[in-house]
Unconditional design. Structure first.
Length: 308
C-alpha cells in the first residue's frame, strides 16, 4: 500500500477519523477533544477495492493506533459509504442536519467499531452529495448559528443553503469536469496548455458570462480562433475558459449567492478564483480550509456517538 505517515503516537488513539474517497483514503488518529495525533494517507480508494477488502485496508493503515483491549471508534465519510463502497450508507433527505444518523458497519476485528456518515439527497430537482456534507457539518460546528450559503468548488461544485443548523437545499454544477474536458479533450486543448494566469481575462469572462450566458458557446470557440489568428497567450485563454465556465455556474446559482453571506470551502487556487469572482459581483464571501472542516465535521459526528 502506498501510504505516508506523520509522527507516530506514544498512546493509542481515542478514535480515528477517516475521509475515504474514490481514489484516496486519509486517516487521522484523534484525541477525544479533537486533537490530531498522527495521520496517514493511502492510494487505496473506494474505486480500487471490493467491499470485502475495506476492513483489511483500514487495519493496514491504522493498526498501530488501535488498542488491544477494547474497540476504537472509527468515523468515516466519503465514497466509502457509496453503493460501490464498503457498505451503502443511505442518503438522508433534506432538510436535515448534515453528517447525522451514522450507520454502523459490521467488522470482524474486535479492535474496531466503524460508523459511516450518510450522504444527502434532494428529490426535486434531483441531486445528491456524499462527503461534502461532512465539511458542511464542520462549518456549522465552527460557526454555530450560521445561516447562509456554502460554496464547495471542485470537479462537481456544490451550492448549499443552510438555515437553523440544517441543509435546506443544494445544487450541483459539473463546472470542474466541464473545464477539464474542454481544456484536455476538445479543440481548445491546443490553446490553453502550460501554466500562468491572467486576472484581467478571468474577470472579463466572468462579466460576459453573467451578462449573456447564451453567448458563451460561441465565445468558447473564439478562444481557439484568436489563438490561431492573433496568437492569444495560453495563460489568457486558460483564464478566460475558467471564467466562462465559472461564470455560467454563478449565473445559474444567483439565487444562492445574491444577497447572502457565502462560505467557500476550499482554501485552494480554485477557491480563491471563486472568491474573486463573487467579490467582483458584489457578493460577500470568506474562505475556509477544506481538510480542517472535514476533521471538524468528523469530530462532531464522533461526539454524536458519545453523547457529548
Amino acid at each position: 500500500m502506498n501510504s505516508t505517515d506523520s509522527n507516530s503516537i506514544e498512546h493509542p488513539a481515542d478514535w480515528i477519523a477517516v475521509d475515504w474517497g474514490t481514489s484516496r483514503m486519509r486517516a487521522w488518529a484523534m484525541t477525544a477533544a479533537g486533537t490530531v495525533l498522527a495521520s496517514t494517507s493511502s492510494d487505496k480508494g473506494m474505486g480500487s477495492l471490493a467491499p470485502h477488502q475495506f476492513e483489511a485496508t483500514l487495519l493496514d493503515a491504522v493498526g498501530p493506533w488501535l488498542r488491544q483491549d477494547h474497540r476504537t471508534p472509527v468515523v468515516a465519510c466519503g465514497m466509502v459509504g457509496a453503493r460501490q463502497g464498503w457498505m451503502e450508507a443511505p442518503y438522508q433527505a433534506v432538510p436535515c442536519a448534515p453528517a447525522a444518523e451514522l450507520m454502523a458497519v459490521p467488522v470482524a476485528d474486535a479492535r474496531l467499531s466503524v460508523q459511516l456518515c450518510p450522504g444527502l439527497k434532494q428529490l426535486s430537482p434531483a441531486d445528491v452529495m456524499r462527503g461534502e456534507e461532512t465539511q458542511v457539518a464542520g462549518l456549522l460546528a465552527t460557526r454555530p448559528g450560521f445561516d447562509g450559503v456554502v460554496c464547495l468548488p471542485g470537479t462537481h461544485s456544490k451550492w448549499v443553503r443552510l438555515q437553523g443548523g440544517q441543509v435546506t437545499a443544494f445544487q450541483t454544477f459539473m463546472t470542474g469536469e466541464l473545464y477539464a474536458l474542454l481544456a484536455g479533450q476538445s479543440v481548445l486543448s491546443h490553446s490553453v496548455g502550460g501554466q500562468g494566469w491572467d486576472d484581467e481575462a478571468f474577470a472579463g469572462a466572468i462579466d460576459l458570462a453573467l451578462e449573456n450566458p447564451a453567448a458563451i458557446s460561441a465565445r468558447l470557440f473564439s478562444l481557439r480562433a484568436e489563438a490561431l489568428l492573433a496568437d492569444l497567450a495560453p495563460a489568457t485563454a486558460r483564464a478566460r475558459l475558467s471564467g466562462y465556465v465559472i461564470g455560467l455556474e454563478l449565473a445559474a446559482a444567483r439565487a444562492y449567492w445574491d444577497g447572502q453571506p457565502v462560505a467557500i470551502i476550499g482554501a485552494t487556487t480554485l477557491g480563491l478564483h471563486y472568491g474573486a469572482a463573487l467579490e467582483q459581483l458584489g457578493a460577500q464571501s470568506d474562505i475556509h480550509d477544506g481538510e480542517a472542516l472535514t476533521l471538524r465535521g468528523l469530530h462532531a459526528a464522533y461526539q454524536q456517538t458519545t453523547g457529548a
